[in-house]
Structure formats: C-alpha cells, structure tokens
Write a protein of this length. Sequence first.
Length: 626
Amino acid sequence: MTEKKSGPIRRLFSAIARIYRGFRSLILNLLFIFVVGVIITSIFSGDDKVKVPPTAALVLNLTGDLVEEKRWTDPIATAINESLGAEEEAPEVLVSDVVTVISKATTDNRIQAMVLDLSMLGRGSLDKLQRIGDAITGFKAAGKKVFAYGGFYGQNQYFLASYADEISLTPMGAVLLEGYGSYPMYYKNALEKLKINTHVFRVGTYKSAVEPFLRNDMSPEAKEANSAWLTELWGDYKAQVAERRGFAVDNFDETFAALLEKLQAAEGDLSQYSVNAGLVDAIKTREAFRRDLIAIVGEDDEHTYNHVTFADYAKLVIPAKQFDNPVTDKVGVIVARGVIVDGTAKAGTIGGDSTAALLRKARHDDKIKAVVLRIDSPGGSAYASEVIGQEIRLLREAGKPVIASMGAVAASGGYWIAAPANEIWAAPTTITGSIGIFGLLHTAEDAFATLGLNVDGVGTTELAGFSAGLPLFKGLDKNAKDLFQLLIERGYTEFLTLVGENRNMSNADVDKVAQGRVWTGRKALELGLVDKLGTLDDAVKAAADKAGLTLYDVKVVQQELSPTEQMIKDLLGEAKAQGWLPQPGISAEQKLLQQLSKQLKQDFVLLNQFNDPNGVYSYCVSCSIN
C-alpha cells in the first residue's frame, strides 16, 4: 500500500527535479552563448572603436555619484541583473577619471569645446566638485569654451555649471539652490513602542552619533555644532558661485518669502526667474542649443553637433590597467573610503585588516618611497581604526613619510587613522574632527516578556553567555553598564592621547576641540587639527618632497580583482560598449524618491556594519548632509 502511494509522489518529485535541471542547463547555456558572443564581438569589432571628429565638443554627461573609489560589486550578479534590464543601484563616477578626461581633452586639438550635461549627476561633496571645476578652469585657460545646458540644475549640478562660460536653461527648466542641512531620522518613540531598550555609553558633549536612538529630535548642542559647520560650507558655496557668476553673495534666496517675491515678478515662470536672478544666461530650446554648437564644432550625420561623450572619450584616454614603470620611484596612494569595520572589506568600505594590508604592501614595495592616505570616511570601529594606525606608524618607522589627505569627510575614526601621519592635509570644506567614541547596545527583554518568551539558565560566572548575545534577552544590570562606560572613557582618553602625541598638544588642549564636535577643514587648521589646506595633488607633492623625490610616478595601491572577476568585468564592459546591456541612469525625480526611501535602510545597514570586537565606535552620524 505504501509503495502504491509513493509511486506518484516519486514521479512528481522526479518531474520537478527534471524541470530544475533543464532550467539550470538553459540558464548556463544562455550565459555560455552570451560570453562567447561578447568574445567574438570583441575580436571582430576593431572598426567600432571610438572615433573623435576633427572638430568636436566633449560632452561631460556624468551619471551617478562622484566618489574617490568605486564600491566593489559582484561582477557575476551585476552581469545577470543588467542583462535582465535591472538598473545599477546608485551608479558611481571616479573623480580621478573625470579629471583625467578633461585634462586630456585640454591638450587634444580635436576637442574645441565642452558641454556640461549634468542631468544625471548625483551626489558630490564640494571638494570633489572643486577638483573637477579646477580641471574645467584649465580647459578654459587653453582658449576653449565651456557651455552648460539642462532642464534642471540642483545644487551640485549648478556648482559645476557655474564654471561654464554660458549657462542655458530649457524653456520650462528651473534652478533650485536650497542650502545645506542635516536631518537624521530619530527612533526613540519607535523603539519604545517595540519595547526595545537602548543602552548608550559615550564621551563628548557633541558626540551626537547615538542621538537618533535616544531622542526624538536633535539636541541643542548638536544643533549648535552642526549649524556652525553647515553655515560655513554654505558660505563657501555661495562665495565661489557668486564670484564665478559675477553677482553678490546675497543674491541667493534663502527664505520662501524672498523666493515668492522674485517668482511673482517673473509671473511664476521658474526659467525666467533664473534669468532675472543671473543664475543662468539664456533660455534656449534643445534645437537652438544644438545650432549654437554646430556653428562652433560642425554638424554630424545625426544632425546634431560633432561630439564625443565622457564615457567614449574615457575609453580612449584612460588605460584599462595602471602601467607600473619598474624603474621610477613612486608615491603610493591608498584610498580609504566608507565606514571603518573590523576585518576585511571590499572597496567602498574600510576594513581594518584589508586597509592595513594595503599599507603593509606599500611598506614592502621598495619603489614606493612615500604614501598618501586619501580619507573619505565618517569613521566606525575604533579597534579597526587602530589596526590601520599601527601600519601607518610602521611605514614611518621604515623611513617612508605618510601624508593624510582628507576628502569630503575624515571625522571620528576617519580622523583617528589620519592622526599618525607625518602631515594632515584637508580641503577647506572637509568635515573633520568629531573626536569622541561611543558604545551602543539594544536589548529586547521587555519585548520578549510581552510576547510571553523568556530565557533562563545557569552559568559558572555572571559573564557566561554575554558574547553569545544573552544581554539581548536578559538586559544589562548596573555593574555591566558601569563597566561599559569605564571602557568608553578609557577609549576616549586613548583617542585624546593619540591626537595629542601626533599633534604636539596636551590631552587637555585636545579635549577642548574634541568632545565629538565637528569642524570644517578651514576651522580645523586654526585649531591645529590639520597642517595644511590643499587638494590630493598637493598632498602627493608634499609626500614626494618629504621623500626627497623630484622625478616620480603615482601608484594607486588597491585591492586586485581575481582573474575570474577581472574576466567577467571585462566581458561586462564589452557588452555595455556594444549596447547589449541597458545603460544606468537616474532622473531628478528618481533621485528624490531614492533619497526618501533609502534613509531608513541606510541607518540599519550602518548598524549592521558596527562590528567592533569591543563594541567601541568612533563615528560621525551628522557628517552626512542633505
């Protein structure tokens, strides 16, 4: 009887297994055909190389966020997602690639002009925008014209557009300059409703990283500190743009009343308001703009102006792999971008062990005579920060000077890893400081009790089960809380000592400018927290000078892809080049929706990255601006 009943069941599962094997075989065959097709196409597509007309405009159509280092993505998953039409999440553009492209175009006689198409440009800190702006200024100094054209200019887009000789706007376009703000999400009420208890251990009046879990609003101390550096950044933005555009700093509308008055004068026409305010030079249709450019660089077969896009021109001027001259001395550049976590991490996150390994690699490379650590980080694990700091000290002991170059942000743990360097360079708008640490632990004993769940047992000591997560179920008693606070206070003293020893300051003097407070690079210079203001290029030159180098190359020391990962990446790049995969892009409306929907996700992803073995962190939550 059992055998008769099991027969149909066996046949059913056998059929499911056959369908699964067939589906798997189909997918593998399709992937095989895809790879072979790409290889064949790449072999026989020699005549499809990018061609630049004798006279052309470089179209700087940047898509995505400006970054110092691209985050690592799984090439296989990327290939599958994009082949299915899925859009790349938050595409990224290397600032160094943009600068290289503009610099090459400056000396290319075929490139007669540049068009700034910034509609797909995402986030970018002021220091990154300025690096690109400096390259645009060099392009103009070569006697070449720069034109900006678009339907909408947000704050980042407009900052770059202000470098242009002429800014044009579509008839129904707009310019929106809203200033800077810091608006974290607060979870106190939500955690209370869920009966989740938050245990915070911190040092520093201004260490506001944990406030979202303790309050429903920003504390007066945090508002005071954040308002100071945000106002300084906004003032810097306005001063630069006003100078390039030739109007007064008070031309910016910072209240709804002021904006309403000017819009009423323009009869509600946003584009006309932009012209009246001197934000743009002209209102033009797309056809009118095309005709203007055709008059300068000529017309192509598609009845538009001769041009080459940023991506296409990059293929011509940026080598696929870095050429390492074995003869010349080197200044090594190591990028530390993202949250600092314990252990190893891929590009886009700073792993204590993986970043230390890059520093160690530079130490043992006889051709690298000096190192620049380019930091773009709000901090993270204090333990991992110290692992990196130890390698920096070993580099110095090996006779190789280290220059810390701060990008958009180098705060908390980001400052920790900068402190041991020979010199610290920052941009005037760098967000730095935030010298302070904290511990954060959530327990859910009340939530489990409400659900009728309980955890109980015995242990040989009071500490038994602690590392296994027992506090999540049982909570923390007073002695445990006092112990954590003692460790945090000790960690803060170590942070002060680290800074003091490297900055020739007493712990008391460091404490006065620490307390978790955030400063701009310009203010940090006044306070003695940085040595000089300058760009990454300035830091590289300083490193070369300290090493006594006159002739040298710059070598980027970075994590290498495995042969398999590199092959898939190359194939994916070729597929994109052939137009087989959809090109990523985000509209202004999509960016707004992404910003609203990603805030909650980012906060909890950040919590998941907090993996310090001691539970001690040096992180700046307010360093993210809107």
